[in-house]
Design a protein around this ligand. Structure first.
Ligand code: SF4
Length: 391
């Protein structure tokens, strides 16, 4: 068996390999370093480097895989440990955590993002139920690093068991509180969290730090705790596997899987496909991208989902995109897989251009789309393909 460790698993540039082909590597060993903005990459297995490609390092696994790993270098500075461990936003954003946390919040607050917003994905909630201490400890470390006074855990009330566990876990914590998000998508969007938890409206393009806040996904907090307390680099990921799979139709959670394992491994683990099946999606149903059986798990991978086959239509379609759902490119890709012709495109009317990128004015406060649908129809659309959250 081989693992395929991508050299770009984060916001920033592609990492530079620091090992050679045929070299024997140990689990936890540093194998690639950033070139500018980025994060260290470590081997997730014991094995031998089979090849080094432009975008990945392929490692042939040894038969014996011990749980032991090479620890990151000791350091009294938490931010340095986080940097050394190669931690990036595990919720999907992939921004290097040591850069994000290098702020002084002047007594502001840190919010643990436990929204687990995308349908089907459930690994964050399962992790909380199993190991809520990671969330509490992680919050405390981040509060210390950023000079924050309060910590909040943002979660949807529908996750009753996880809420109960969290309420119990922080009952003796003076500065940490559980706060509720609306049961909607995209409640996990950072600006939605700031709006719902703090009552502060951030403009499109503004970051939570402008409200003296840092938001960290709960799995990122877990990785921070593991780096600080166990000197563990990021070599595993929590994921949900689901969709048209015999034993995982509603989603099955796998915690701590080695980074670099292929989607195919999990498809087999879940009993194989339910036929007929459509494409493999890496990520959640809303924001995931097309994947292949050999797509490897990355530091930001949340899901391996198998869709239904796309309906075959030769219609002329209009594409209606939203910031928080599938983007125009992805919708066009889906249209082409349906055999449809895209004749017109539009964006949700709340989307505004900020620094060359379209962003939603008020995520989750979604308008009706009737006007835009009429526009698309007027321009020849016989059917509409949309990634908009509501409306
Ligand atoms: S307002 Fe529009 S762009 Fe914003 S989240 Fe809702 S549907 Fe998406």
């Amino acid at each position: 068996m081989k693992v395929s460790i991508l050299l770009k698993q984060h916001v920033g540039g592609t990492c530079i390999p620091i090992i050679k082909e045929n070299e024997v590597v140990k689990k936890g060993q540093l194998i690639a370093i950033p070139d500018g903005l980025g994060a260290n990459i470590h081997s997730s297995v014991y094995g031998k480097v089979a090849s080094i490609e432009k975008d990945r390092i392929i490692i042939q696994l040894d038969d014996n895989q011990s749980d032991e790993y090479i620890k990151i270098k000791d350091n009294d500075n938490y931010l340095e440990l986080i940097k050394e461990a190669g931690i990036v936003g595990a919720g999907g954003a992939g921004f290097p955590t040591h850069v994000k946390l290098n702020v002084d919040l002047n007594g502001g607050c840190v919010i643990a993002n436990a929204a687990e917003c995308e349908p089907t994905l459930n690994h964050n909630i399962e992790m909380i139920k199993k190991s809520s201490e990671y969330v509490i400890k992680g919050l405390k470390y981040v509060m210390k690093i950023t000079n924050a006074q309060s910590g909040y855990i943002a979660i949807k009330p529908k996750h009753k068991d996880a809420v109960k566990v969290l309420l119990n876990a922080c009952k003796n914590e003076e500065n940490i509180e559980v706060k509720y998000l609306p049961n909607m998508y995209p409640a996990g969007d950072e600006r939605v969290i700031v709006r719902e938890i703090l009552g502060v409206l951030l403009k499109p393009g503004q970051l939570p730090v402008e409200a003296n806040t840092v938001i960290s996904n709960v799995e990122t907090l877990k990785n921070i705790v593991l780096a600080i307390e166990e000197r563990k680099p990021v070599i595993t990921k929590d994921i949900t596997v689901g969709g048209r799979l015999t034993e995982a139709k509603k989603g099955k959670v796998f915690l701590d899987v080695p980074i670099g394992i292929s989607a195919k491994y999990f498809i087999k683990k879940c009993g194989g496909y339910v036929e007929p099946h459509g494409e493999i999606v890496i990520g959640g149903p809303f924001t995931g991208r097309h994947g292949e059986e050999d797509s490897p798990i990355m530091k930001t991978t949340g899901g391996v989902l198998v869709s239904m086959p796309f309906p075959n239509t030769h219609k002329k379609v209009g594409v209606l995109a939203c910031e928080c759902g599938a983007q125009e490119e992805r919708l066009k890709e889906i249209a082409s897989k349906m055999g449809a012709e895209v004749v017109v495109t539009a964006k949700c009317k709340r989307m505004k251009e900020v620094n060359g990128r379209f962003r939603c004015d008020k995520p989750g406060v979604c308008p009706g789309q009737a006007e835009t649908v009429i526009y698309l129809k007027k321009h020849g659309a016989e059917a509409i393909l949309t990634g908009s959250c509501e409306g």
